[in-house]
Design a protein around this ligand. Structure first.
Ligand code: MN
Length: 731
C-alpha cells in the first residue's frame, strides 16, 4: 500500500504527477547543478501556478493551468534554461490572479520574477490599439520593453499555444490575433532565426485567415502521401548507401514543406496544388561541417544539380544566423528535388534560432560560428565562451539592447512613451504635456527622486513633480535631447526676454521723456507704432527695450522739424511681404518673425489648440507642423531650424482634419458615426469607407474649430460599440 501522503508532498516522499515528470525530463540540466535543485524549484513553480489558476478555465473548457503547462513544455523542448521554464509556468499569474511580482520575488527568485514581470508588461501592449500601427515599430517596442530576450521567447511559447487553441475564440478575436501574429510575431520569429516557430505560426495563421485554402492543401497532402514517400525513398535510399561507403553517419529524411509555404508558392506563382512540384524537402543531417561538403559532392555525383538553385549558407550565413547548404537536383523521372544539408548544430539553430545558444552553456561547446551582423548575439557568445562559469554574468548578458537609438518608458498609469536615447525627465515631461514640462520641478524614476538631468532607461516608470512657481531655466538646454523640450524652453525664455524688454522699454521711454520734460508726448509716441512698422505700441516699446530702435530715432521721425528724418528704404517691401505671408497662412502668428512665408504642413495638418512649431525650410519659408509631428526632424543639428509659432484665429474660422476610424463592419455603423460627428456641430466634407475581412476602416474629413472640439468627437466615436480605435491622420 502506497503512502497517501506521497502525492501530497512529493518533494519529501517522491511521487510526482506523471505530467510533472514529463516536463522535468525535458528540462536541460546545466553542468555543475544538482538535478534535485532543479526538480524542487520547478515543482515549486508548477504547484504555485496550479494553485493560483485553480478554478479558472480556458475558452476550450480546459483548466487554465493547461495553458501554462503547455507554454512551459514548449520552452523545455526548445532547451531553455529551467528558470525560463519556470517563467513559462508562472507567466500568467500576475496578469490573471492576484499574485504580485513581489510575491514571486519572495517565493522564487528575482530572475524568475523579472521574467514574469516582462511577460506581463508585454501583455499590456496590444497591436491594434496602439498609435504606431506599423508592425516594425511594434516589434522594436516588444524587444525594447522585454529587455531580456528570454521574455520574448516565453511570449513566443505563449503565442504559439494561444494560436493552437484559437478556434475556441469568437471569430472577430481570432481574426485580430491572427493578424497580429502575422504582422508581428511571425516576422520577429524569422528575425531571431526561430524557423520552426515561424512556420508553426504561419500554418496556424493560414488556418485561421484562409481556412479553405488550408484544408485544401491538408487534404491534398494526405492524398498524395503514399506516392510522395515512395518517391522520397527512391531518391534517398541510394544516397544513404553511398554516404555509408564514405563512413558518413547521416540522418536523412524527407518531409513536406509547411502548408503556408506551399500556399505562398501557389499564390506567388499563380498555380494550383498539382502544379507545385517542390512540395517537399529532403534533409541530410551530419556531424561536422566538412561532411556537409562531402555529402554535397556525393549527391552531385549521383544526380545532376540545377546550377542556379545552389546556395551555400554555411560559408555565408543568413543574417538571422541560419546555416545550411541548399541544392536542387534532377531526381528520378526528371522531377526536381530540393536537398538541404547541415550539421546537427545548424539544424538546432535553424529550428529555434537564438534560443539554441542557451545550450552552449550546458554542453561547453565553443565553436559557435554566429552571424556577425547580430552584434549583441556575437558578443553574447564570445563572453559565454570566456566566462562560462558565472551564472550572474550569463544572465546579465541576455539582456538585449537591439535598438539602442530609442527607449521606451512608462507613465505611472502604465502608458508607454517613446523617447530618444539619453532622454531626461524634462524630455519626458514635455512629451506628455507642455504644462507638465514648464512647471517640472523634480522627478521620480521607479519611485525614487532623481535629478532632472538623469538619463532615462528602458522600462523606467517616470513620475513628474510640478510646482506652479517653477519655470524652465537656461540650464535645461544643456541636457534635454528632444526638439520638443528644446523648443518649449526656448520659447519660454524668449517670452521672458520679451516681457523684460517691454518693462525696460517702458522705463527708458518714461525716464527720457521726464528728463526732457516732454512726458506729455508719451501717448502720441505709443500711438505712432505703425509709422515704425510695429503691430502694436507694445511691440514698439519692446523694440526700444531690446535696442532695435532708439528714442532718438523716434524723435527724428515724429518731429522732422527738430530732427532731420531718416531714410527707411525697405519699409514698403517688407510690409507687402508680411501681407503675403498672412494670406498664405491664415491664423498664424510668428514670434519675432515678420518677412517669411508660412504654410501649413500637409503631414499633420495642425488646428487651433494644437501645439505647433514652425520649421524653416530652405528657400520655402516656414512650414507649420504640430509639435508632435513625426516628420519634424529630431536631429539636433536641424533643431535650430525649428521655431515657435502661435495661433491667432477668429471664432468663426474652421479647419479641416482627417480622422481614421477602425472597427467591426456592421449594419448602421456608418450612420452612427456620422451622427456622432454632427452632434458635435462638425461638418463632414468627405467619407471613405473600406471593408476587408469584416474590419471596416473609415476616413472622414471633418471641419473643426479647434483641438478641443476634435477631442470631443474622437471620444464620442471611440465610445461607439464595435469601434476599435480612432485616430487623427495626416492628409
Ligand atoms: Mn498566456
Amino acid at each position: 500500500m502506497q503512502n497517501p501522503l506521497a502525492k501530497l508532498v512529493p518533494q519529501l516522499l517522491g511521487e510526482y504527477p506523471k505530467q510533472f515528470n514529463e516536463l522535468l525530463n525535458k528540462v536541460p540540466i546545466p553542468e555543475g547543478l544538482e538535478s534535485t535543485k532543479i526538480r524542487d524549484e520547478l515543482w515549486n513553480a508548477y504547484q504555485f501556478s496550479m494553485t493560483c489558476h485553480e478554478g479558472q478555465k480556458r475558452r476550450s473548457g480546459r483548466p487554465y493551468f493547461d495553458h501554462c503547462y503547455q507554454v512551459a513544455t514548449s520552452l523545455a523542448e526548445w532547451k531553455m534554461d529551467y528558470r525560463t521554464v519556470m517563467g513559462g509556468l508562472l507567466h500568467d499569474v500576475v496578469e490573471d490572479t492576484d499574485v504580485s511580482i513581489k510575491d514571486l520575488e519572495k517565493r522564487f527568485n528575482e530572475d524568475v520574477a523579472r521574467l514574469v514581470d516582462g511577460v506581463t508588461k508585454l501583455g499590456g501592449i496590444t497591436f491594434s490599439s496602439r498609435k504606431e500601427q506599423q508592425a516594425g515599430n511594434f516589434m522594436k517596442l516588444l524587444l525594447s520593453v522585454a529587455q531580456d530576450l528570454r521574455v520574448i521567447i516565453i511570449k513566443f511559447a505563449d503565442r504559439l499555444h494561444n494560436m493552437k487553441t484559437i478556434k475556441y475564440l469568437p471569430q472577430i478575436k481570432q481574426h485580430r490575433i491572427a493578424i497580429e501574429t502575422r504582422d508581428v510575431y511571425a516576422p520577429l520569429a524569422h528575425r531571431l532565426g526561430m524557423a520552426r516557430v515561424k512556420w508553426e505560426l504561419d500554418d496556424l495563421i493560414l488556418k485561421t485567415l484562409h481556412p479553405n485554402s488550408f484544408n485544401e492543401i491538408e487534404s491534398k497532402l494526405k492524398a498524395t502521401n503514399k506516392q510522395r514517400s515512395k518517391y522520397i525513398h527512391s531518391v534517398i535510399d541510394p544516397v544513404k548507401k553511398e554516404l555509408a561507403r564514405y563512413n558518413i553517419e547521416a540522418h536523412v529524411y524527407g518531409r513536406p514543406k509547411s502548408h503556408s509555404s506551399i500556399y505562398g508558392k501557389m499564390v506567388r506563382r499563380g498555380k494550383n496544388f498539382e502544379e507545385i512540384y517542390d512540395v517537399y524537402a529532403i534533409r541530410i543531417i551530419v556531424d561536422k561541417i566538412e561532411q556537409c561538403y562531402l555529402t554535397l559532392g556525393v549527391i552531385h555525383q549521383m544526380y545532376s544539380p540545377v546550377q542556379e538553385r545552389f546556395k551555400d549558407f554555411v560559408a555565408m550565413p543568413k543574417t538571422n544566423g541560419y546555416q545550411s547548404i541548399h541544392t536542387t537536383i534532377v531526381g528520378p523521372n526528371g522531377q526536381m528535388v530540393e536537398i538541404q544539408i547541415r550539421t546537427r548544430e545548424m539544424e538546432r539553430t535553424a529550428e529555434i534560432g537564438v534560443a539554441a545558444h542557451w545550450r552552449y552553456k550546458e554542453s561547453g561547446t565553443t565553436s559557435a560560428d554566429l552571424d556577425s551582423n547580430i552584434k549583441w548575439l556575437r558578443e553574447l557568445v564570445e563572453i559565454l565562451q570566456s566566462e562560462r562559469s558565472d551564472p550572474a554574468e550569463f544572465m546579465h548578458l541576455l539582456k538585449i539592447d537591439l535598438f539602442n537609438d530609442e527607449i521606451f518608458v512608462f507613465t505611472p498609469n502604465g502608458d508607454l512613451i517613446q523617447l530618444p536615447l539619453a532622454a531626461t525627465p524634462i524630455d519626458f515631461a514635455f512629451q506628455i504635456h507642455t504644462e507638465l514640462g514648464i512647471h517640472c520641478i523634480g522627478a521620480k524614476v521607479n519611485q525614487k527622486v532623481v535629478p532632472l538631468n538623469t538619463k532615462l532607461k528602458n522600462g523606467d516608470i517616470v513620475e513628474i513633480i510640478t510646482s506652479k512657481n517653477q519655470h524652465p531655466s537656461l540650464g535645461w538646454l544643456k541636457f534635454v535631447v528632444t526638439s520638443k523640450a528644446r523648443n518649449h524652453i526656448n520659447k519660454y525664455l524668449r517670452d521672458i526676454r520679451q516681457e523684460e524688454s517691454i518693462k525696460l522699454g517702458n522705463e527708458i521711454l518714461e525716464k527720457t521723456l521726464r528728463r526732457l520734460k516732454m512726458f506729455g508726448e508719451m501717448k502720441s509716441i505709443k500711438a505712432s507704432y505703425e509709422q515704425f512698422g510695429y503691430k502694436s505700441s507694445e511691440a514698439l516699446i519692446e523694440a526700444i527695450g531690446n535696442g532695435t530702435i532708439t528714442i532718438r530715432e523716434i524723435f527724428k521721425k515724429l518731429r522732422p522739424d527738430d530732427e532731420p528724418s531718416l531714410e527707411e528704404p525697405n519699409r514698403d517691401g517688407a510690409k507687402k511681404f508680411i501681407d503675403y505671408a498672412r494670406s498664405k497662412a491664415r491664423g498664424i502668428k510668428l514670434q519675432g518673425i515678420s518677412n517669411i512665408m508660412v504654410q501649413f504642413a500637409k503631414c499633420c495638418n495642425p488646428i487651433p489648440g494644437d501645439d505647433m512649431v514652425g520649421f524653416v525650410t530652405r528657400g520655402r519659408g516656414i512650414t507649420v507642423h504640430r509639435s508632435n509631428c513625426r516628420s519634424l526632424p529630431l536631429l539636433s543639428e536641424e533643431s535650430d531650424r525649428l521655431m515657435p509659432v502661435e495661433w491667432d484665429v477668429a471664432r468663426s474660422d474652421v479647419f479641416k482634419v482627417r480622422i481614421k476610424v477602425v472597427g467591426e463592419d456592421s449594419k448602421g455603423q456608418l450612420k452612427t458615426m456620422t451622427e456622432a460627428i454632427s452632434t458635435e456641430n462638425s461638418n463632414i466634407t468627405s467619407v471613405d469607407l473600406k471593408v476587408r475581412d469584416n474590419i471596416a476602416t473609415a476616413y472622414f474629413i471633418i471641419e473643426v474649430r479647434n483641438s478641443r472640439q476634435l477631442e470631443r468627437i474622437i471620444k464620442k466615436l471611440t465610445k461607439i460599440n464595435g469601434i476599435d480605435y480612432v485616430e487623427r491622420t495626416g492628409q
